[in-house]
Design a protein around this ligand. Structure first.
Ligand code: AMP
Length: 504
């Protein structure tokens, strides 16, 4: 038996001298070198006692070495467990306790705090810095290149990714070799990636977007990546003439639009701009296409399901929608309460089924059971609708739904009205406790500075379009909305911040 994922991503490119990872001003790594490094990583891990099925947890800064660790872990038959670099040691303690990895590779700068955690959970601590220094890479550099790839089948686990967990504890989504391979293969074809592609890669690699969508597709296609430690719009613009494609979260696009050196000429040679992980404002889509002539291709996915839908490569990329279910993905919209399937344009919870969908939450069988229907559909928790043409639109997370006076209020409907007003950059609508209504619709607004705008102006401008129960009871101005590293607005932070504004 072969190694289902590794063989398809890198195994067959062992003697390919083409550059796969190009770090501007830094290392250039060929497929051959990455293959050799994956063998050295695998040998190092086996030397540390890692066996097939063991977890290897990694919380390190983005680097080519970190990608070699991912591939080496999969090649050794173990399970890759990347952790967000923003997690503090006390948060990491929960993940290490929950996942019980054999080896934990952390940043040298946090070594003291991590040592205590590793000791408490009986796992081995190694270190790896962004420049490749640290105890782990010392062992890797001295290890043999040749490695007999460990056999793994399609259903074996390749990775566990913890969900961002804005409510309750994070859960470890178990992703199999086939979940990852199959979704990348579908996306590669859907988006037309070939060995001629050069992707601008500025995403973090502890998250499904930068790790699986971006990296796995480029590996499968034999494409190259220009690999940035972080998103810096000027640095991206400087490399754009050498690239064909970009994947980003919406904030990358809004920031590019504010970058004077980002012009139509700079974007002209690019073939594709892709956005996901958070909603792309229709306005951003329109401004981008007015400036560059490119229609950003928006897609929708999540840690548990990989990618579910995408706007078409050839065809109408509709602003504000996330396109069609991908080949092999079944998608339906259901009544959140009784699970009955809803018709076109009816809003309900999005449910998906297919080889993209994960195997369940690590060590949480009850939680897993709760989130699957009996016929195998996974309940995403996202609210949305499918229109008569088959385009899917997300209207928000189920937990962000506001229930005011017993009526459902979908935040996106109100946000779109507010965002359309001159003088408004963006907004977030939340529900916070209200003595009369249960929850009070509350709008948190960022002005764009182009003119003076007050809460009364906004209330007056939107009131004729919205039923009274949907109108915000308070409109609050802020300098910026709180976002996580993937660009998602953290409505839970806003709900906490304004929890007491209506008193009781
Ligand atoms: P994560 O597991 O961190 O990738 O987060 C997944 C969640 O991000 C989804 O369940 C959606 O709520 C949201 N999301 C991802 N892509 C989009 C999109 N294109 N538009 C709106 N929400 C999105």
């Amino acid at each position: 038996m072969a190694n289902h994922l590794f063989d398809r991503l890198l195994g067959h490119q062992a003697t390919e001298d083409k550059i796969f990872i190009d770090v501007p001003g830094g290392r250039k790594i060929s497929f051959r070198t990455l293959h050799q490094e994956s063998g050295q990583v695998a040998n190092a891990l086996i030397g540390m006692g890692v066996e097939p099925g063991d977890r290897v947890a990694v919380q390190v800064d983005k680097s080519p070495e970190a990608l070699a660790v991912y591939l080496g872990v999969v090649r050794a038959g173990a399970i890759f467990l990347p952790l967000n670099t923003a997690y503090t040691p006390s948060e990491v303690d929960y993940f290490i306790g929950n996942a019980a990895p054999r080896v934990f590779i952390g940043a040298p700068a946090k070594e003291d705090a991590l040592e205590d955690i590793a000791d408490a959970h009986d796992c081995r601590l190694e270190t790896l810095a962004a420049d490749g220094s640290g105890s782990f890479w010392e062992t890797v550099a001295a290890a043999e290149i040749d490695f007999d790839t460990v056999a793994r089948g399609p259903d074996d686990l390749a990775a566990i990714l913890y969900t961002s967990g804005t409510t309750g504890r994070s859960k470890g989504a178990m992703l199999s070799h086939d979940n990852l391979y199959d979704n990348s293969a579908v996306l590669k074809d859907y988006w037309g990636f070939t060995s001629d592609d050069v992707l601008l890669h500025a995403l973090p690699i502890y998250h499904t977007h930068g790790l699986f969508v971006a990296t796995n597709i480029c590996l499968l296609a034999g494409a190259s990546m220009i690999f940035f430690a972080k998103f810096d719009p000027d640095a991206l613009v400087a490399e754009m003439p050498n690239a064909t494609s970009m994947m980003g979260v919406p904030t990358f696009y809004t920031r590019l639009l504010r970058t004077p050196s980002f012009t139509r000429e700079v974007a002209a040679p690019m073939r594709l701009f892709i956005s996901g992980s958070a909603p792309l404002l229709a306005e951003t889509h329109e401004q981008f296409s007015a400036l560059t002539g490119h229609a950003i291709l928006e897609r929708y996915g999540m840690t548990e399901t990989n990618m579910n839908t995408s706007n078409p490569y050839d065809g109408d990329r509709r602003a504000g929608t996330v396109g069609f279910p991908l080949p092999g993905v079944e998608l339906r919209v259901a009544d959140p309460d009784d699970g009955s399937v809803l018709g076109p344009n009816e809003i309900g919870v999005i449910e998906v089924k297919g080889s993209n969908v994960f195997k369940g939450y690590w060590q949480m069988p009850e939680k897993t059971a709760e989130e699957f229907r009996e016929d195998g559909f996974f309940i995403t928790g996202d609210l949305g609708k499918v229109d008569a043409d088959g385009y899917v639109t997300i209207v928000g997370r189920g937990k962000d739904l506001v229930i005011s006076g017993g009526f459902n209020v979908y935040p996106k409907e109100i946000e779109e009205k507010i965002d359309d007003l001159p003088g408004v950059l963006e907004s977030a609508v939340i529900g916070v406790p209200h003595p009369d209504f249960g929850e009070g619709v509350t709008a948190v607004v960022v002005a764009d500075g182009s003119r003076d705008i007050s809460d009364a102006d906004i209330a007056a401008a939107i009131s004729s379009d919205l039923a009274a129960f949907k109108r915000p009871k308070q409109i609050i101005f802020v300098d910026e909305l709180p976002r996580n590293t993937m660009g998602k607005v953290q409505k839970n932070v806003l709900r906490d911040r304004y929890a007491d504004i209506y008193g009781d």
